[in-house]
Design a protein around this ligand. Sequence first.
Ligand SMILES: NC(=O)c1ccc[n+]([C@@H]2O[C@H](COP(=O)([O-])OP(=O)(O)OC[C@H]3O[C@@H](n4cnc5c(N)ncnc54)[C@H](OP(=O)(O)O)[C@@H]3O)[C@@H](O)[C@H]2O)c1
Length: 319
Amino acid sequence: MKAVRINEFGGPEVMKIEDVARPVPAPDEVLIEVHASGVNPVDAVIRSGANESLRGFLTLPLTLGWDAAGIVIEAGSEVTSLKAGDEVYGVPNFPGDGSYAAYCVGKASQFAFKPKSLSFTQAAGVPLAALTAWTAMFGHGNFQAGQRIFIQGASGGVGSFAVQFAKARGAYVIGMASADNLDYVKQLGADEVIDYSTQRFEKLLSDVELVLEASPIRDNGERIKAIGILKKGGSFVSVNTDFAFNQELIAFARAAEVNCSLAANEPKQEWLAEIAGLIDAGEVKVLINKVFPLEEVAEAHRQIATWHVRGRLVLDIRH
Ligand SMILES: NC(=O)c1ccc[n+]([C@@H]2O[C@H](COP(=O)([O-])OP(=O)(O)OC[C@H]3O[C@@H](n4cnc5c(N)ncnc54)[C@H](OP(=O)(O)O)[C@@H]3O)[C@@H](O)[C@H]2O)c1
């Protein structure tokens, strides 16, 4: 089968389309005929080998991509929730071989029926980013209906889902992005928007119950400013798990009586099913920026690495 592999870390040019053996599902896994794969910034980070905390978990050669939509071809002997023929979306085992391939395997618990209202191409843009937002807000942030939430990186893959999940739960949403994306963040449902390049959120906001850090900024000084806008008992949740909280931040948060946590996405079938429900109910929209054939994967990586793509980038595997 065809797969986009790396045999070494480096720039977009290290990705090669190769012929490799079709994977075989373990008893708790499904084999998926991949129709489309999402392209996420982490794919480019892994390809480059620049992230020390991830690098130790990676084995080369490696098939990239952790966002799949396709059809189950075979279910392992222990799998009861999915069967051959099911149209699914989900996250292949991270950081094992991924979804830039004609077929991939993943734990069945990491896949669910894809939203009926979406094509495979659209569905492939959902799992990783949406699950990251969901894990951070509901798994870590104890987010409740009607709360005030401040989302940093509100126009991005993770942030755009977070804005919509929060609105679907009746929250008051403040989204931060660049000037070019403020209208987009409003269209997603944000009640207020903040331009990160000209406005200082810490002077404008207070009494927030949850701050979600979903921007690529890794700076504990900025985090402390964000913690300063929280109500007592509120939460600061960052999805940037590769950048630890420092002692100053921990002491500041303790004095302010707020909770802080780092959230790595948890690919749970029940959460994917809830997300599919919100999409099919029209409460969450999926914007696809561009669909690339496999041959143009290097260009997709150049774009995703900018941290400024509005909407999702997707590889059309069956093109
Ligand atoms: N823990 C996990 O499991 C997990 C999973 C996925 C992602 N992540 C992390 O989540 C973060 C967001 O990922 P993503 O996929 O949503 O990325 P993305 O789609 O590229 O979105 C980036 C967002 O950050 C904003 N941004 C870019 N430069 C900025 C700056 N200098 N200051 C403030 N905001 C800035 C962008 O706004 P404009 O475009 O308007 O500038 C956009 O809203 C990344 O740090 C990524 O590593 C974690």
